[in-house]
Design a binder for this molecule. Structure first.
Ligand SMILES: C[S@@+](CC[C@H](N)C(=O)[O-])C[C@H]1O[C@@H](n2cnc3c(N)ncnc32)[C@H](O)[C@@H]1O
Length: 352
């Protein structure tokens, strides 16, 4: 474990690439959607406008259905003209242009047929306060909270610290997950109006294994292949990693249990296996090449920028990511498998 600080968390690949390659994340959030609709049916609706916050929105494609469902559930109680402000929060370097283009031009935009809805963007980390006190009635976060605020250390032997053989690295990851989750909740306890609800879906952890081992290993091995081919150096390889990991139920409960978070009540937390729509499609089509390409594009969209951020200055990121993506696609096509990982869904309420 090296003391040298790795770069800060990077956003998803821009230019709308994440929007085009995030159907897996869309499948993941599906199990949390009914809870968002229930919450939207319960929160107070007497304010001048309903405040909805979308934490970790990225380029917006996967926010359209949840925001539409939440607005419709609120307006089933208020009538169709109740003003709604939807705040999309993400890192300053996020591709917000793709989000607003989608809102303006795409048939899936939640603005279509819904007057008096005001989308805004906030380019700040959700591990701190991003909105005024008591201004959020309904919070939502899908596929985002397993991204840590930073990589707590370098991970020489894997692309993800949680899979390192070094217990000190794994401990550092757990400590960072705990700090970030606590900071996230403390900030939300400021923003959520009393009675407001927050629904979060993100990567969980299984009882006997973390989950995601197959795909994380295949992505990392593709980087090792690229280093062995000479396109990047082994020194660069030792620096790269993604600041993401799943949380166990105990890790999610911890800040509520030990009193680090006040003003919020943990209403529900549940872990479940993730869907694998890519494998389902492969079972129908038998097309292993397509399976490989689909996974490789998704992995590039979500993890490519974080890995590439540690490359030497002046390195052509697109060239390296093209090579890694091609190797990952070939690796999966040669050995198609079903992905095994976990989702966690958390329901929180602002209480006294
Ligand atoms: C995998 S994407 C999820 C996007 C979308 N919500 C979905 O369900 O597909 C994770 C998003 O979280 C964002 N993110 C990571 N760390 C963040 C932070 N500290 N504050 C706000 N957003 C963050 C990333 O930039 C990225 O856009």
């Amino acid at each position: 474990m090296s003391a040298k600080a790795p770069p800060a968390t990077a956003p998803m690949q821009g230019g709308g690439f994440y929007n085009r390659h995030s159907s897996l994340q869309a499948a993941n959030l599906g199990s949390a959607l009914p809870l968002l609709v229930v919450a939207a049916g319960e929160v107070a609706v007497d304010g001048a406008a309903i405040g909805i916050a979308d934490y970790g929105a990225s380029q917006g494609r996967n926010s359209m259905a949840p925001m539409a469902a939440a607005i419709d559930a609120v307006r089933a109680r208020t009538g169709p003209d109740k003003p709604v402000v939807v705040s999309h929060i993400d890192l300053p370097s996020n591709d917000f242009a793709s989000l607003f283009t989608l809102l303006d031009e795409d048939p899936i935009s939640y603005l279509l047929g819904r007057p008096e809805v005001y989308p805004v963007a906030i380019g700040r980390s959700h591990y701190g306060r991003v909105l005024p006190r008591g201004s959020v009635d309904l919070g939502w976060s899908s596929n985002a909270l397993h991204w840590m605020s930073r990589n707590p250390c370098t991970v020489p032997d894997h692309g993800w610290g949680v899979f390192s053989a070094d217990p000190a690295v794994r401990d550092a990851v757990d400590a960072q997950l705990d700090e970030d989750w606590t900071n996230f909740l403390v900030a939300r306890s400021h923003e959520l109006r009393r009675g407001g609800k927050l629904i979060c879906q993100f990567m969980g952890r299984g009882k006997d294994s973390h989950g995601f081992e197959w795909m994380a290993g295949a992505f990392w091995q593709s980087w090792v292949d690229v280093a062995n081919s000479g396109l990047v150096t082994h020194a660069e390889l030792a620096r790269i990693s993604a600041p993401s990991a799943g949380r166990s139920v105990a890790q999610i409960e911890a800040p509520f249990r030990d009193g680090r978070v006040s003003g919020l009540k943990l209403v529900d937390v549940a872990t479940m296996p993730t869907p694998d729509p890519f494998f389902e499609l492969y079972q129908q089509s038998g097309d292993a090449v397509q399976l490989g390409q689909t996974w490789a594009n998704m992995m590039r969209a979500a993890n490519g920028p974080s890995f590439a951020a540690s490359l030497d200055a002046g390195r052509d990121h697109a060239q390296v990511l093209d090579a890694v993506t091609a190797r990952l696609a070939a690796r999966i096509a040669a050995d198609p498998q079903q992905n095994r990982s976990y989702n966690v869904i958390v329901v929180v309420e602002a209480a006294d």
